[in-house]
Design a protein around this ligand. Sequence first.
Ligand SMILES: Nc1ncnc2c1ncn2[C@@H]1O[C@H](COP(=O)(O)OP(=O)(O)OP(=O)(O)O)[C@@H](O)[C@H]1O
Ligand SMILES: [Mg+2]
Length: 112
Amino acid sequence: MKKIEAIVRPSKLEPLKDALMHLDLKGMTISEVRGCGNQHGWKEYYRGSEVAVNMLPKVKFELVVTDEMVKDTIDTIIETAKTGEVGDGKIFVYPIEDVIRIRTGESGYVAV
Ligand SMILES: Nc1ncnc2c1ncn2[C@@H]1O[C@H](COP(=O)(O)OP(=O)(O)OP(=O)(O)O)[C@@H](O)[C@H]1O
Ligand SMILES: [Mg+2]
């Protein structure tokens, strides 16, 4: 099992949600986040401290999937979220040790 975390443009929220719904994913979590990437953006000094002023709004998708679904999920995210311009976002893949369904106590693959 893997956790796929994708940080994408807010305009891609609906298209990506729809595209992922077409894969047989078991669930997903979406959050509104702010961040910066390689360009680091601007920094300003405020009362002697450096402050980042351009943490841009992004949307984060968190998907825990079985190993067989990893490739299709990543391909779908890239196909849907890519514009080719800087700031398209990033995908992080993490190993998942276990998943527990609270209602039933099931764990592992069946609980994803
Ligand atoms: N190394 C990182 N760690 C954590 N979050 C990151 C990292 N890189 C990017 N992000 C998140 O992804 C968002 C989009 O990043 P972005 O697409 O600008 O990455 P990039 O490496 O600058 O690529 P590009 O050059 O295409 O802009 C950021 O706003 C931030 O929320
Ligand atoms: Mg960037």
